[in-house]
Ligand binder design. Sequence first.
Ligand code: MN
Length: 228
Amino acid sequence: MSYVVSEGDKPSLPIEGSEDRYPVRRIYCVGRNYRAHAIEMGADPDRDPPFFFMKPADAIVQNGATIPYPAQTANLHYEIELVVAIGTGGKDIAEADSLEHVWGYGVGIDLTRRDIQNKAKEMGRPWDMGKGFDNSAPCTALRPVSDVGHPAEGTIWLKVNGRMQQESTIDLHIWSVPETISYLSGLVELAPGDLIYMGTPEGVGPVVAGDVMTGHIDGVADLEITIS
Ligand code: MN
């Protein structure tokens, strides 16, 4: 058997301190997982249950990369997020068992064409073109649980050109990592290679060509992405 068109390269992420790589299957993102960010987006954090959207696996961008300012937007936003890498799959995973399914963690940015997303919201249309565009999912090298544990507190921040724009802590997730894995696995069967972007704190805003975004989560990793 051979494919009739090029199959392309399998998207993957490096592993910190290793030559091995983590193959990316799917990228799930949690929407509005911080109270202050939900409020800044005009939503009610007390009423809304968690919801998810996706990015294509090949939207992954490696740490240190320079990416072009994307097409068809004049309002490209950063969203710094904890990234969970699934190691073993499953469906209807109990909250108490969910951390056993995690391979490791990284730090990512959920890049968003906010103008396209806002238009989609207004018209009741899907978010795909606002969220799932080319190069929309920068992520650091992953660190295994054996190295990083299960980070549940600590600072998360993002700076643009060295100036602090987002600063919070990961214990403020509305839905914790175990709750999120359990809930998501009731919607879809999770599998090795699935990443979950855990949602961003308040302070989202635009970047333009020439900007450098640096991101950090205590004990997890540091990320740097340049827009050209
Ligand atoms: Mn996000």
